[in-house]
Design a protein around this ligand. Structure first.
Ligand SMILES: [Zn+2]
Length: 351
């Protein structure tokens, strides 16, 4: 990893183009710090890949069911290791044979499946080091193919130039990864972007019917405490618990800076943000407060249906997780100026 040129700062236009291209809407997985497999590990992967993947999302496979670009990137990587195979984007017999050749070279089980161990062996820095100078056009093509998949406008030409460097930096920023410009295992795994593990889809309840049953501020006695300190309307507690757990499995910690608020607390916020007169507290439009603060009785926080999530800054790891996954639990962004506010009641906005 030593023969890499220093990166120039990302230009604002490149970042804007990436955002416009919808780059940040793809999900990814956080890499875990588990040690790379050694060349002596022999494990049959084809039967266990799904199980391993469910247990640890940083372990992912490329198979015939994978997106075209993921298979194509795998084929470029095989070429990077000196194993000639056409980059067809299809997991055909030639690809399977090429994977077997790679597995043979690395002492892995020779099953032709690009399972989690094979992929990690292929992508981990130590094994890549000998061939992983950016002068290797096939490695660069794999990176470019995966970036194109998630919306970057790049030529898949194998030349790791400024546009590719910019795209890598923007991609890392969007995923909350360190902006090194180095395509390490964490970055690869986010770029391969495996789908969520099947079977983990329970949301803990019906957020819609919960929200429909609440039409105004509720007293504390009608709330309950969910994981990590979220205080919610009682029927939202199991739903928030499911969401917090799902985020944790993806390596994301959801904590509240605010959740349920009592009416008296909302009154105190209005005093602070809007003014101390009766008009300022109970009637003044929220937009005239600084920051925007709902009239007591109308805040969705008082309903127990809103959360302000700590560290939910645009483009960050927490924010990206919430934007991609929060909707399953009813939590959408509804306040354009607040990247941390999510609720189940108001009209969702985009991005
Ligand atoms: Zn809020």
């Amino acid at each position: 990893m030593s023969i890499r040129k220093p990166f120039t700062a990302l230009t604002a236009t490149a970042a804007a183009a990436a955002v416009a291209a919808g780059v940040f809407t793809a999900a990814g997985v956080a890499d875990s710090a588990d040690p790379a497999p050694t060349a002596t590990v022999v494990v049959a992967e084809n039967v266990s890949a799904a199980t391993q993947f469910a247990a640890d999302r940083s372990r992912f496979a490329v198979s015939a069911r994978s997106p075209y670009s993921n298979i194509k990137a795998l084929q470029y990587l095989l070429n990077a290791y000196g194993i000639a195979v056409y980059s067809t984007g299809r997991y055909d017999a030639a690809t399977k044979n090429a994977v077997v050749r790679f597995q043979t070279a690395k002492g892995l089980a020779r099953d032709g499946s690009a399972g989690p161990i094979t992929m990690k062996t292929m992508l981990n820095t130590a094994n890549m080091a000998a061939r992983y100078h950016w002068s290797n056009k096939n490695t660069t093509k794999a990176v470019q193919q995966l970036l194109v998949k998630v919306g970057y406008r790049l030529a898949v030409d194998g030349s790791f130039g400024p546009a590719t460097r910019s795209a890598v930096l923007t991609f890392q920023k969007g995923k909350g990864l360190p902006q090194t410009g180095i395509v390490d295992f964490a970055t690869w795994s986010w770029m391969f972007n495996p789908p969520a593990a099947a079977g983990g889809g329970s949301t803990g309840g019906n957020w819609k019917s919960c929200g429909d049953s609440i039409r105004g501020g509720i007293p504390m006695s009608q709330t309950g405490l969910a994981k990590n300190g979220f205080r919610m309307a009682k029927c939202m507690v199991p739903i928030v618990n499911s969401m917090v757990s799902a985020a944790a499995r993806d390596g994301v910690t959801l904590r509240p800076t605010s959740s349920w608020r009592s009416r008296s607390y909302q009154v105190s916020l209005r005093r602070k943000n809007c003014g101390t007169s009766n008009y300022a507290i109970y009637q003044m439009p929220p937009s005239r407060c600084s920051p925007n603060t709902a009239i007591p009785g109308t805040s969705i926080h008082e309903y127990g249906l809103a959360i302000d999530v700590a560290n939910s800054y645009r483009g960050g790891k927490v924010y990206n997780w919430m934007v991609r996954n929060g909707g399953k639990y009813g939590f959408h962004r509804t306040v354009p100026s607040e990247s941390w506010h999510f609720d189940t009641k108001q009209r969702p906005i985009s991005g």
